[in-house]
Design a protein around this ligand. Structure first.
Ligand SMILES: Nc1nc2c(c(=O)[nH]1)N[C@@H](CN(C=O)c1ccc(C(=O)N[C@@H](CCC(=O)O)C(=O)O)cc1)CN2
Length: 293
């Protein structure tokens, strides 16, 4: 055990600072172009957590001086009906960003929907062409949660160049794009990256070698103190609702006594996801406005 507890990386404070800066950028963009950036958020079904996230996305747009509209479809919506809505939003010149809230009901193939979104309006960065651009090291829209993790590392002054970063989880939304960001050249990158997943042999031993651990596996308190190298930085992407409340993928109390810096849940990575979405929406409006002039 260390005699000093880990530094807490406060995602709520960092996201608030970024959102204030973004509101100034939005105001300048509106003054220059007369264009109001507009995010359309689509929710299918009535999952209560998704409904909360979607509301905070629309509210976040308004607070930043952008337009946010929300479309809610019933849980039994067919793939064809959702594709029709996406096509309408793609064709609408007033809409700059389109986000389809995940997860989608089982009858709808997520990949088909995500790849139907105009890549220039894909503020989630999930379209195959945006995934490809990130993998090639020339990112356009980067998925919001990994981008938020990278911003937290940069804001906290955690060196990534030459560091060994271990990403636990290989999802398309977090694990894979996080690894791409950490390995790419430049600030917040240049790390040596290992991705661990359910088939990794002796995962604990691999994680113990990490200077930076990003936990995105979706299992409550999966990362325990014995897996952490003293002084390592621990970024917890997990949001798990258990009987006692909301917990991350990291066993926060014991791990914070070993780590050098750690994100809490709530108040760590989560708020950054929305801040990055707002930033991507302004970027979408800028790219489309440029293309139309
Ligand atoms: N189309 C997308 N769907 C989903 C994404 C996404 O980025 N794009 N990510 C997640 C959910 N999500 C945003 O959609 C999200 C999750 C959590 C938070 C957040 O601020 N969490 C708070 C806790 C809030 C609570 O009490 O529930 C925190 O960690 O402090 C924001 C956004 C899946 N779907």
């Amino acid at each position: 055990m260390k005699d000093v507890a880990a530094r807490i990386i406060d995602g709520k404070a960092v996201s608030q600072k970024l959102r204030t800066e973004l509101a100034d950028e939005v105001a300048a963009f509106k003054q220059q172009t007369g264009v109001i950036p507009h995010l359309a958020v689509v929710l299918v079904g009535d999952d209560p957590a998704s409904a909360v996230y979607v509301r905070s996305k629309s509210k976040g747009c308004e607070q930043a001086g952008m337009a946010g509209s929300q479309m809610t479809l019933p849980a039994d919506t067919s793939q064809a009906q959702l594709l029709e809505l996406v096509a309408r939003l793609n064709a609408d010149p007033q809409v700059h960003g389109i986000l389809v809230q995940l997860p989608l009901p089982r009858q709808i193939d997520e990949t088909v929907i995500l790849d139907a979104i105009d890549p220039l309006k894909d503020v989630d960065g999930f379209h195959a062409s945006n995934v490809g651009l990130l993998a090639q090291g020339r990112p356009r829209f980067v998925p919001c949660t990994p981008l938020g993790c990278q911003k937290l590392l940069l804001d906290a002054g955690i060196p990534t160049s030459g560091a060994h970063a271990v990403v636990i989880g290989r999802s398309e939304i977090v694990g894979k794009p996080m690894a791409s960001l950490l390995v790419q050249k430049g600030a917040g990158g240049d790390a040596t990256v290992t991705i661990c997943h359910s088939r990794t042999k002796d995962l604990a031993a691999v994680v113990r070698t990490a200077d930076i651990v990003v936990a995105a596996i979706g299992r409550p308190k999966f990362v325990t103190a014995d897996m952490i190298k003293p002084g390592a930085t621990v970024i917890d992407v997990g949001i798990n609702r258990i009987e006692t409340g909301l917990v991350g993928d990291v066993d926060y109390g014991p791990v914070s006594e070993i780590a050098g810096a750690i994100t809490p849940v709530p108040g760590g990575v989560g708020p950054m996801t929305i801040a990055m979405l707002l930033a991507n929406t302004l970027l979408a409006a800028k790219l489309q406005t440029q293309a139309r002039r």
